[in-house]
Design a binder for this molecule. Structure first.
Ligand code: HEC
Length: 99
């Protein structure tokens, strides 16, 4: 019986993350997709800018323009189509707070 309780307790821990945790993990996962091209080190590349500490407003404007553009030859255009407005807001928030 004790064993079952222990198992149930761990099951509870695993299956009941708080809202904050879930969002945090999703954003981190999404952001990790970007860092394959946008290397987090600010000093490495000037062709593809680092997103560390990227201005939130600039980020939102940039993605909004991509979403409304017809230029589907751009790399970032293709990427932008894969994210909802809500997800883009979370990414903007995430990168702007990264140092
Ligand atoms: C396949 C490589 C690649 C991936 C993956 C990628 N990007 Fe980009 N990104 C670029 C390139 C190249 C540019 C340069 C702008 C252009 O397309 O002319 C760019 C430009 C940007 C810019 C504008 C930077 C500026 O100030 O000029 C932002 C913001 C940005 N990307 C955000 C993201 C985010 C957020 C993700 C992940 C969801 C992401 N990128 C994933 C290649 C990539």
């Amino acid at each position: 019986m004790k064993k079952i309780n222990t198992i149930l307790f761990f099951f509870y821990l695993i299956t009941s993350p708080t809202q904050g945790w879930t969002i945090d993990l999703n954003v981190k996962y999404m952001a990790s997709m970007c860092s394959s091209c946008h290397i987090p080190d600010k000093n490495v590349s000037d062709v593809i800018p680092s997103l560390v500490g990227y201005d939130k407003k600039k980020f939102l404007v940039y993605f909004n323009n991509l979403k409304n553009s017809n230029d589907n030859s751009e790399i970032m255009y293709q990427i932008a189509q894969g994210y909802t407005t809500e997800e883009i807001k979370k990414l903007a928030e995430f990168f702007s707070h990264q140092y």
